[in-house]
Write a protein that binds this ligand. Structure first.
Ligand code: URA
Length: 233
């Protein structure tokens, strides 16, 4: 696609104003200023106008700070869902990439792109997820060692993959796991004799929950955040 057409498609600018913006040097392609409106732009090019990255309309990629008490589902007649928190024109197009329990808060990814969400959730991709975990008891060094090597969850016969544990306070840890088994974090802590009293997802791969988002708020992912999922295997 020509650069002026790319601009006219991804912004409110008319084709004529897009050409003007290009000739004035307001547009960069892959980091370099470009003044030629007929430059051919590939799908992978990073196009910026006045320093802000542009995207062609199409797929939707969002992060939300999921509040406590909403379920990770698109619609449910009886309970509020994370998707209900979006305006209807977005809500009808997205699904959740990696669910959280009703009482878990923090980073939730929502997208219209099925291939992309598959990269987030597929067990074969091992995309790491980091949780801040509030515990009922301080974590013993023996329990920590077990989490780091792998624990056998109730009613399962295969131990969890090694997890990484960072101690934040006596009863708060950051736990990074690369699987997505049912209630995995709560069951891992139960398996080592502890109990989760608060769970908050901080990170998925290289995507970190934006601290500017209050519970229930969302924003679009940046181009780098979207692309990071394909690079995180
Ligand atoms: N592990 C859990 O136990 N619950 C979540 O919501 C996410 C991971």
């Amino acid at each position: 696609m020509r650069l002026d057409q790319y601009l006219a498609t991804s912004t409110e600018l008319s084709r004529k104003d897009a050409k003007k913006a290009i000739t004035k040097g307001r547009v960069r392609v892959d980091g370099s200023p470009v003044r030629s409106a007929n430059l051919q732009v590939t799908d992978k090019a990073v196009v910026e106008l006045d320093g802000s990255e542009l995207h062609l309309p199409g797929e939707i990629y969002l992060m939300m700070n999921k509040p406590d008490g909403v379920i990770s589902a698109t619609t449910d007649s009886s309970q509020p869902t994370a998707v209900d928190l979006l305006p209807s024109q977005l809500a009808s197009k997205v699904h959740i990439a990696g669910r959280l329990d009703k009482d878990t808060t923090g980073l939730l990814l929502l997208t219209s792109d099925g291939q992309w969400s598959h990269q987030v959730t597929s067990p074969r991709r091992d995309c790491p997820k980091t949780y801040q975990v509030q515990l009922s008891e301080p974590l013993s060094s023996e329990a920590r060692g077990k989490l780091e090597t792998g624990v056998l969850l109730k009613d399962e016969d295969k131990p969890t993959l090694p997890a990484s544990v960072v101690t934040c306070s006596e009863t708060t840890i950051e736990l990074t796991i690369s699987e997505g088994r049912y209630h995995q974090v709560k069951r891992m802590l139960a398996a080592v004799g502890n109990h989760v009293v608060g769970l908050h997802r901080l990170r998925i791969g290289e995507i970190t929950l934006d601290p500017a988002l209050a519970p229930g708020q969302y924003r679009e992912l940046t181009g780098d955040e979207i692309r990071s999922i394909f690079g995180s295997a």
